[in-house]
Write a protein that binds this ligand. Structure first.
Ligand code: ZN
Length: 241
C-alpha cells in the first residue's frame, strides 16, 4: 500500500479526487492525497474530505495527519467512509500557501547564511504566523542581523526560480552543498533524493512544499534572536505582506 503524494508532484494542487484504501479508527488512507502530512519543520495541512453516502453529501474536517511508511493517514472529525469510497480532498489553501512561502523563506535564510558565513543549520520550525531557525553561529550582533535581513530581502527581490527534482542517492551524495544539510542522515533504503533548489542560492534534500519564485515569499523580517548556547543562535522570522 502506497499513497501517491500529489503535494510532491505539484505543490499548487489544492484539491483531488481519490479512493479510500484503508480505514483505522477515525483515520483514513487514500490512494492519492494533496494533504501534506507534516515533517521537516513544516506543519501538516488541514482541510476537508467529502463523499457521498447514497444521496447525502458528507464533509469531514481533517483534524490531524500522519505518515507511516509510504501511507498518508488523515484523521477525520466524523466516522470515515468505507474502503473503496471515492472522496474529494481539499486543503485549506490560505494556510498551505503561507506555509509554502514561509518554508521557502527559511531556505533563503539558511542559503544566505551559509553563503555569507559558512554556518550550518542545527534546527528549525514553522508556525502559522512565523518560523525559527537555529544556526551553529558564534557571533550574532545587531549589525550582523541587519546585514542578514538586507541580504535575504535582496534574494526575494532577485526573484530566483525554485526547482524541485529527484536525484539518485549516489549523485545527491556527491554534491557538497547537500552534504552540509546532513543528507547523510537519510535512511539507507531511500534510493531517490528529492531536491529543492533555489537556483543560485540554496540546495537541499527536502520533502516540503515551496513556491516557484522567491518573490512570492514577500518581505522577510527578523523579529527575534535568541542565544541557545555558545555556538548556537536562534533567528525568528515573519513574512511581511
Ligand atoms: Zn526545507
Amino acid at each position: 500500500m502506497k499513497t501517491k503524494l500529489l503535494y510532491h508532484e505539484n505543490s499548487f494542487t489544492y484539491e483531488c479526487t481519490a479512493r479510500v484504501v484503508a480505514v483505522e479508527g477515525d483515520e483514513v488512507a487514500l490512494d492519492a492525497t494533496v494533504f501534506y502530512p507534516g515533517g521537516g519543520g513544516q506543519m501538516a495541512d488541514h482541510g476537508t474530505i467529502s463523499w457521498y453516502n447514497y444521496q447525502d453529501q458528507i464533509e469531514a474536517s481533517v483534524i490531524a495527519m500522519n505518515k507511516r511508511d509510504d501511507v498518508v493517514w488523515h484523521t477525520l472529525s466524523c466516522t470515515p467512509p468505507t474502503v473503496g469510497t471515492e472522496v474529494v480532498g481539499t486543503i485549506d489553501w490560505d494556510f498551505r500557501y503561507r506555509m509554502m512561502r514561509t518554508h521557502t523563506a527559511l531556505h533563503i535564510l539558511c542559503g544566505t547564511i551559509w553563503r555569507e558565513f559558512g554556518v550550518q543549520v542545527t534546527g528549525g520550525q514553522m508556525y502559522p504566523d512565523r518560523a525559527r531557525m537555529d544556526f551553529a553561529m558564534e557571533n550574532l550582533n545587531k549589525e550582523r542581523i541587519a546585514y542578514i535581513e538586507d541580504k535575504i530581502n535582496e534574494a526575494v527581490e532577485a526573484d530566483y526560480p525554485i526547482k524541485v527534482y529527484t536525484l539518485p542517492r549516489e549523485k545527491a551524495f556527491a554534491i557538497p552543498d547537500l552534504i552540509r544539510t546532513k543528507i547523510n542522515l537519510l535512511p539507507p533504503q531511500i534510493e531517490e533524493v528529492r531536491i529543492v533548489e533555489i537556483v543560485g542560492l540554496d540546495l537541499q534534500a527536502d520533502g516540503g512544499t515551496h513556491v516557484n519564485h522567491t518573490k512570492e515569499v514577500g518581505g522577510i523580517k527578523i523579529t527575534k534572536t535568541e542565544n541557545k548556547g555558545k555556538i548556537n543562535k536562534r533567528l525568528e522570522i515573519m513574512l511581511t505582506d
